[in-house]
Design a protein around this ligand. Structure first.
Ligand SMILES: Cc1cc2nc3c(=O)[nH]c(=O)nc-3n(C[C@H](O)[C@H](O)[C@H](O)COP(=O)(O)OP(=O)(O)OC[C@H]3O[C@@H](n4cnc5c(N)ncnc54)[C@H](O)[C@@H]3O)c2cc1C
Length: 373
């Protein structure tokens, strides 16, 4: 059993993409919402993400792929509801490889995706340069996967937009105050949250959307939420003018996407693997920049502006943990990697569950109870 009645007041603990999406959905359906963030909304891992909205990289389990496809559709709905703007970039995604084994795997994935009715085109490198990205060095005959329905999102701006709208409709936002305690009543249900500024709020529902810190928040209700440790390093590059790339891409050894009018974001799983060797983040940024120049020589004229090592919020089995925890009425989780892709759909489904008590089948494989046994 979760929370059975319509809640009086909901505390959303953590205001990254997940907390913002849950709180915005609750608020627009008339719930009283208080957003609480230890730092500033949208400045957690959401601001240090590659931010690629996709399902093509989520083929390991069909139900997870389907959830991510629903996430992509939800973004289109959201853009229709709140209006597009500098947060939303539905420009597709490119991926190619530079060795025969990786290339064969990519083409196999393209076939699987097409069989699952996913929009995917295989283009030659020359065509990609002519039609889409003239600045790339991709060889003319190399096959490139183009997924036109994929996108990238400016997470911090989207969080700002959603929280701003919710606050205009009466939600409260407490920034710079961490939740340090969750009070439980004699009946075992959630009653209060206590913040690091000493204030205590009466609430009957809490949503744990604390991202990489979600297991600490779970401990406040004596719950174990096992999470993986998977750091990633992300670098922002300042270009003197308009970025020479127009969409997100996975090139060999490097991921590149625009990040606004004059900057570009770089990430690489290969460079992430060096984080635990103790390598200086400035050196990791230099390696990312060097890799990016091999793919887009014009990026050689740009400079590294900011670099951050961020932790992916990944429950131990790699899948989201979303929904009520039946043993603690009033306590809900919204914890997920791929949270940029999944934020809007998780936000809608979880808000509906909190308000109606009904569970959506789309979340059946991603319930928090699987960690309670
Ligand atoms: C390198 C990298 C690349 C990624 N690439 C992608 C991608 O391409 N596509 C994709 O879909 N996903 C990607 N992700 C994952 C995605 O970024 C995350 O899943 C998503 O941003 C998580 O959002 P969140 O709201 O859960 O966490 P956050 O944005 O971290 O928000 C959590 C908030 O909780 C607050 N908080 C923590 N503890 C407390 C407390 N006790 N009290 C109050 N507030 C608290 C923090 O201050 C923070 O603001 C990537 C992640 C990384 C690290």
């Amino acid at each position: 059993m979760g929370y059975a009645q319509r809640p009086e007041r909901v505390a959303v603990i953590g205001v990254g993409i997940l907390g913002a999406c849950v709180g915005w959905n609750l608020s627009r359906h008339g719930a009283e919402v208080v957003f609480i963030d230890a730092g500033r909304p949208g400045e957690g891992v959401t601001d240090w993400s590659f931010s690629w909205v996709n399902a093509s990289n989520k083929t390991a389990r069909r139900s997870y792929f389907d959830l991510n496809v629903a996430g992509m559709a939800e973004y289109r709905q959201l853009a229709g509801t709140i209006g597009p703007g500098p947060w939303w970039h539905p420009s597709g995604h490119l991926r190619w490889a530079d060795d025969p084994a990786a290339e064969a795997k990519l083409l196999e994935t393209a076939e699987l995706l097409a069989g699952w009715d996913y929009q995917v085109e295989v283009c030659a490198g020359a065509e990609v340069r002519r039609r889409l990205e003239p600045a790339l060095t991709v060889p003319g005959k190399t096959p490139v996967l183009f997924c036109p329905d994929e996108a990238w999102v400016h997470g911090r701006r989207l969080v700002g937009r959603l929280v701003g709208q919710a606050v205009e409709s009466g939600a409260e936002c407490r920034a710079g105050a961490a939740v340090g305690d969750i009070g439980i009543g004699t009946d075992g249900s959630v009653r209060t949250v206590t913040l690091s500024d000493g204030s205590r709020l009466d609430v009957d529902v809490v949503v744990n959307a604390a991202g990489p810190h979600a297991s600490q928040v779970a401990e406040l209700v004596a719950r174990q939420l096992p999470m993986r440790r998977e750091p990633g390093v992300v670098t922002r590059i300042d270009c003197a003018q308009v970025p020479p790339v127009h969409r997100a891409m996975h090139a060999p050894h490097i991921e590149i996407r625009p990040d606004g009018d004059t900057s570009v974001v770089l990430h690489s799983r290969e460079i992430d693997a060096l984080i635990d060797t103790g390598e200086d983040p400035a050196e990791l940024a230099r390696l990312l920049h060097e890799s990016a120049r091999q793919v887009v020589p014009e990026l050689g004229n740009s400079r590294v502006a900011q670099t951050r090592v961020a932790h992916r919020p990944i429950p131990a089995d790699g899948f989201p943990s979303v929904g009520a925890v039946p043993s603690v009425p009033g306590y809900y989780e919204a914890v997920s990697h791929s949270g940029i892709t999944l934020g809007p759909v998780i936000g809608r489904l979880l808000a509906a569950e909190i308000l109606s008590g009904k569970r959506d089948g789309m979340l059946a494989d991603f319930r928090p109870e699987r960690f309670s046994r």
